[in-house]
Design a protein around this ligand. Sequence first.
Ligand SMILES: Cc1ncc(COP(=O)(O)O)c(C=O)c1O
Length: 381
Amino acid sequence: MLGNFLDTITIPSPVVNPNIIRENVMRMKKKIESFNANFRPHFKTHQCAYVGTIVRECGVNQIAVSSVSMAFYFAKNGWKDITLAIPFNIRELKPLLQLAQKIDVLNIMIDHEQTAQYVAEHVQDAKLGIFFKIDTGYKRCGVQPQEYEAVDKLLSIIGQNNNLTFKGFLTHCGHTYQKTTCEERQEILEGAREAMIALRARYITKFPKIIISVGDTPGISAAKNLEGIDEVRPGNYVFFDVMQARMNNCEAKNISITVACPIISLHPERKQIVVYGGGTHLSKEYLVSEQGQKICGWVVKYNKDGTWTHLPNALVTTLSQEHGIITFENASDLDQYKIGDVIGMLPVHSCMTSCVSKFMYSTDGTKHGTLLGETEDYPSF
Ligand SMILES: Cc1ncc(COP(=O)(O)O)c(C=O)c1O
């Protein structure tokens, strides 16, 4: 057993390292600011007020979120400038307006004229910033960058309500995740940058303060040029994960989140140990190695001070609902483990791990709440 707070762990528990988080934030912030762009990190990756506080200590005061309840949660924790970076769900207008009255800046995103119409007809007693979502190739949502008529229509609808201010154009290149090389991801971001700049040029005379907002961790990590972009919204970079490491966006040492899992069975004959910690705790996303091996996570050994060391001789090879199977290179690698020990997993996709976590420990042993740990849909404050 370990001689620190990990001794007290009874169930699968995320553990985050604030020093690595801080390094990740400062590195990303420095890169973005070197192009005179504004850093607005997406907080969907951690959904944790404690992690948010570390980001704030790095000099950040603007964030993006992906739900109204997440906006409430972070507003309750002192964030006053928030962009809701998902096409707005009109059924949540009432809580959204309550929130808009409590913080300095609340921006929403729209890509359809029915949403614009609803918002224009119903927003009163609160100010909202409006971004138009632009589809630069991901094909999830958004207006095409050359669909000027659609943009004009949206502008004329929101122009009917003085409580709404057009802020600019927002895009998300999620398709960078589907590309294998850094050059391909760089190309995607460059294409989006050019399309967004051309779009802004068309409207800049009428709206001189138009903001162009882009952001995804693989694209920004690969980017060589962010010239002309006003705002960047990466999310995953704060934790990174195995997926990002395999894309060469980080190394194992840059991953700031692990899940500490109790060992519940040992199988040296198959070079495997079984832990309490499965899809319910990490999500069931996996990658496949060049040799066709399923990778459900990387493995770490915890040090006495709560930090960890990556074990390159082990892989998480299976995750079922609550079991995880760790396969080692040699049966003798298992000699140092016994039932009841705690071993850690580096998640394949950290955003999915956080969103199933009700709490997180920091390496000093403090337990921190998350959005999921709050009971209310819209945490009151
Ligand atoms: C609209 C939007 N912006 C930014 C991000 C952040 O992307 P990443 O987690 O790759 O940094 C996301 C993530 O899904 C997103 O949906």
